[in-house]
Ligand binder design. Structure first.
Ligand code: NAP
Length: 249
């Protein structure tokens, strides 16, 4: 029988992290503690304990794990949040606490997709053809190289407004996933979008933009994922719950 004080630190900021916290809390045997970076002003309700803000690097996270008597850590951060994942692997090793990761499978190119695969944000901005009308869906933090391109139109979709000044050739669209295929097609058609730019985030909530680009015959500039440390991973919450059970039994 598991002890009710099994504290699981969830590194969050994703829908999977939120669902995992809810499942662990419901289970009754675990005490989930979710950590958020603190970049989103209104993150929404999360089950169990929640804390926000950086830990202060690897040592800060290691000390936090010890202080909070964490039994197991689950890195459920976004596939593009590379630094916190690297810190988690190192801090876990230093504190002697196992770290598991939820790794959402990436989207795979299908028949009918016109993908331009690029390594990072800067390469993506350079790959946009002159005169293009871009639907930019990379969040609010890395829009600068696109705002600097005065020869293109940019419709930048994000959950909260950017901290940067928005130039005349760009427009901000505030919206929160999930999105539907019909809405995505209408958005692209109404705004005469000629190219989609996206991170290969994977998952169902934002997949319809990829399907819409395919349906409308538009190219998509796809930014590859950064490397994360080799850990035991699960593709989603259901499998992660089984892994947790195995590791704390
Ligand atoms: P990052 O570059 O990997 O991390 C930068 C720093 O932010 C980390 O070193 C850490 O600061 C702090 N941090 C990040 N995630 C944290 C967490 N869950 N709890 C406490 N501190 C955290 O991260 P990012 O790409 O800026 O993403 C920040 C957050 O937004 C993540 O939690 C991620 O899941 C979420 N998110 C990111 C994206 C994306 O495209 N990058 C998309 C959706 C959601 P210290 O070194 O001081 O500990």
């Amino acid at each position: 029988m598991l002890n009710s004080s099994i504290r699981i630190l969830i590194l969050g900021g994703t829908a999977e992290a939120r669902l995992l916290a809810a499942c662990l809390e419901d289970d009754g045997r675990y005490s989930p503690l979710t950590s958020l970076a603190g970049v989103t002003a209104r993150p929404g309700k999360i089950a169990g304990e929640v804390r926000a803000g950086g830990f202060g690097g690897v040592e800060g996270l290691r000390d936090f794990i010890r202080r909070e008597t964490i039994t197991l850590m689950v890195d459920a951060t976004h596939p593009f949040a590379a630094q916190i994942s690297a810190h988690a692997a190192r801090a876990g090793a230093q504190a002697g606490v196992r770290v598991l990761r939820i790794e959402r499978p990436p989207w795979e190119q299908q028949a009918g997709d016109d993908w331009v695969n690029v390594a990072d944000i800067d390469e993506a901005a350079q790959a946009v053809p002159e005169g293009a009308r871009v639907l930019l869906t990379i969040g609010r933090q890395e829009v600068a190289p696109f705002f600097a391109r005065e020869d293109i139109y940019v419709m930048a979709r994000m959950i909260e407004p950017p901290q940067l000044q928005v130039p005349g050739h760009a427009q901000i669209l505030l919206a929160r996933p999930p999105f539907l295929l019909e809405q995505e097609c209408a958005l692209m058609e109404e705004n005469r979008i000629t190219v989609l730019v996206t991170k290969n985030s994977g998952g169902d909530a934002t997949r319809p933009k990829i399907e819409a680009a395919r349906e409308l015959g538009l190219p998509a500039i796809i930014i590859a994922r950064p490397e994360k440390p080799p850990l035991t991973t699960a593709p989603g919450v259901e499998d992660m719950l089984k892994l947790i059970e195995q590791h704390v039994a």
